[in-house]
Design a protein around this ligand. Structure first.
Ligand SMILES: CSCCC(=O)C(=O)COP(=O)(O)O
Ligand SMILES: [Mg+2]
Length: 225
C-alpha cells in the first residue's frame, strides 16, 4: 500500500474528546445567548439562524429563542452545519483571549510533522467547521500547527458517516482513494471511508475495541503507512 495523503479526524484522534466536551462545548453553551444578541444582524450569523429555522421548523424570532435551540443541539452533540459554524465564531474569542488552547496528543504532533517532512500531504476532516479547525490547530498546546495541513474539510462536504463525502474529498485533493489513509476514532466514519475506497485506521486510544474490520492503532506511533 502506497499512501500519498492522510486525512485525519480531530476529536478522539489527534486530540482528546474531553477537551471538546468539557472545554469547547461548555464555552459555546455559556456564550451563545450573548453572542447571538450582539451579532444578530451580522449576515453570517443570520445565515446560521435561517438554516436552523429550516432544520428545526421553529420560528426562532429572537436571539433568546435561537440560543435555546442551539444550546439543545450542543447538549445533543448535533453535528450540523449551522451549529458548527456558530460554535467556530464563538470559540474564536476564547482562543484569541487565551482562555484555552486546543489539546493535542504528543504522538499525533510528532507523527504529523514526520509525515509532512516525508512528503505526505495532510488534511483534516472534522464535524467542526473549517474556521473552527483552523483556530483549533492555530491555537494548539503545541503551537501553530496550521502549516502542517494542505486543506480542511467539514460537514459542507457531507456527513462523516456517508461514503459520498469521502469521494468528494478525495476528488478535491486529487489523489486516488486507494492512496489516501483516513484516521478516526469512530468506526462508522471509517466504514464510510472504506466504502469510498480509502485506507482506514481506527484510533483506539482508550483501548476499548477488541474486534474491528479496520487497522487499529492506540496512538499515531502504531499507524502503519
Ligand atoms: C475543530 S472544532 C471542535 C470539534 C467539534 O466541534 C466536533 O464536533 C468534533 O468532531 P470530529 O468530527 O472531529 O470528531
Ligand atoms: Mg472523532
Amino acid at each position: 500500500m502506497t499512501i500519498d495523503a492522510i486525512v485525519t479526524d480531530i476529536e478522539g484522534t489527534t486530540s482528546s474528546i474531553s477537551f471538546v466536551k468539557e472545554v469547547l462545548f461548555p464555552y459555546a453553551h455559556r456564550e451563545m445567548e450573548t453572542f447571538l444578541r450582539t451579532h444578530w444582524e451580522q449576515p453570517a450569523v443570520a445565515e446560521c439562524v435561517t438554516r436552523a429555522r429550516a432544520e428545526s421548523g421553529h420560528p426562532l424570532a429572537s436571539p433568546e429563542q435561537a440560543a435555546a435551540l442551539f444550546r439543545d443541539w450542543i447538549a445533543e452533540d448535533r453535528k450540523i452545519t449551522p451549529l458548527k459554524t456558530l460554535q467556530g465564531m464563538i470559540w474564536q474569542t476564547g482562543y484569541e483571549s487565551g482562555d484555552y488552547q486546543a489539546h493535542m496528543y504528543s504522538d499525533a504532533v510528532e507523527r504529523l510533522r514526520e509525515w509532512q517532512a516525508r512528503g505526505l500531504k495532510l488534511y483534516v476532516y472534522s464535524s467542526g467547521s473549517v474556521a473552527a479547525q483552523k483556530l483549533f490547530f492555530g491555537y494548539s498546546e503545541a503551537g501553530d500547527l496550521t502549516p502542517l495541513f494542505s486543506g480542511y474539510y467539514d460537514t459542507t462536504s457531507g456527513g462523516k458517516k456517508e461514503a459520498d463525502s469521502y469521494r468528494r474529498i478525495t476528488a478535491d485533493i486529487g489523489v486516488p482513494a486507494g492512496r489516501v489513509l483516513f484516521l478516526s476514532d469512530v468506526e462508522a466514519e471509517l466504514d464510510a471511508a472504506r466504502d469510498a475506497g480509502l485506507n482506514t485506521t481506527l484510533l483506539d486510544r482508550e483501548k476499548v475495541v477488541r474486534n474491528t474490520a479496520h487497522a487499529r492503532a492506540e496512538t499515531f506511533y502504531d499507524v502503519a503507512i
